[in-house]
Ligand binder design. Structure first.
Ligand SMILES: [Zn+2]
Ligand SMILES: [Zn+2]
Length: 293
């Protein structure tokens, strides 16, 4: 029997907001972009008859959790739960910390439909059950809990692996090279074969802090299909030269992708934003990219 996974990387400007429909029809959102973009996303989801079962927040930066209150403030989408991981509050901005605290309050409000859970070792295992093993959290894992970074929130990004027929779709959040190294180590130990990666949401908007040579050489094998970066392809106005994506990183990634006949898909082009819709079909052990009509 064939299986399908559907992905929409919403064009929310500089930030992540990714919809995924798993083969078991569970629908998730990874991150909620900045708060002012989320209502558009919600409208689009509802107009296409989609709902959301679960939300993952990769880390507590505004371009990832900004819209969470708008998202859970609505019942139409049918959200059942939110998973997040904020091991250390010290470096979270006041605005974002307030949002996290509201999540915590919801989790103890039994009348509220939405259950919010801070990821811990037990929740990590439960996630595999809830999602019929289609989702595995690659970071944090039980051995890396103690390694959380107290200075750089990006290094506390949850990294989500969608696994279908032993193919991997990687959603990196803003994870860093250090996280990538931990993930490579873990995958080696657990015999998870990341050379079977077919989709990659590039870490940290293709900045220099992520996407190491070593990591790319592992995931960009001959089965690889598509890579998405959640920002504009360049910042062409003064004062923003230091913002991701890094020109040299984009070049480095594209050089590797071009050998596979691919290029990075950006959610925000220079003047416009766009939603990137992708579908992959799995049948008899092989996988096919289905272009959006
Ligand atoms: Zn970000
Ligand atoms: Zn970040």
């Amino acid at each position: 029997m064939s299986k399908e996974v559907e992905i929409i990387c919403f064009g929310v400007g500089f930030g992540d907001c990714i919809y995924i429909k798993l083969p078991n029809d569970i629908q998730i959102i990874i991150d909620t972009g900045h708060c002012n973009k989320l209502l558009d996303v919600k409208k689009k989801l509802l107009s296409e008859g989609r709902n959301i079962d679960y939300v993952f927040l990769t880390h507590a930066h505004g371009d990832h959790i900004g819209g969470i209150l708008q998202l859970i403030g609505t019942t139409e989408l049918g959200i059942k739960g939110v998973f997040y991981w904020t091991p250390d509050d010290n470096n979270i901005s006041k605005t974002n910390l307030k949002k996290i605290q509201q999540l915590t309050n919801i989790s103890v409000d039994k009348d509220n439909m939405i259950h919010c859970e801070q990821i811990d070792k037990e929740v990590l295992l439960r996630i595999e059950e809830i999602f019929d093993k289609y989702i595995k959290i690659l970071y944090p894992d039980s051995s890396s809990f103690h390694r959380y970074n107290t200075i750089d929130l990006n290094a506390n990004s949850i990294v989500i692996d969608v696994i279908i027929d032993e193919y991997h779709l990687l959603f990196m959040g803003d994870a860093t090279v250090e996280n990538e190294n931990i993930i490579l180590e873990k995958c080696k130990e657990e015999k998870i074969d990341l050379t079977r990666t077919i989709f990659w949401k590039i870490g940290h908007h293709a900045s220099d802090t992520a996407s190491s040579e070593n990591f790319m050489n592992t995931i960009l094998g001959d089965k690889f299909k598509k890579a998405v970066c959640s920002c504009k392809e360049s910042w062409d106005y003064p004062g923003n030269e230091s913002k991701p994506p890094s020109v040299s990183k984009v070049k480095q990634i594209n050089e590797k992708l071009s050998k596979l006949g691919e290029n990075i898909y950006f959610t925000g082009e220079t003047l416009t934003r766009r939603d990137i819709k992708m579908k992959f079909k799995f049948e008899n052990g092989s996988v096919e990219y289905v272009p959006d009509k």
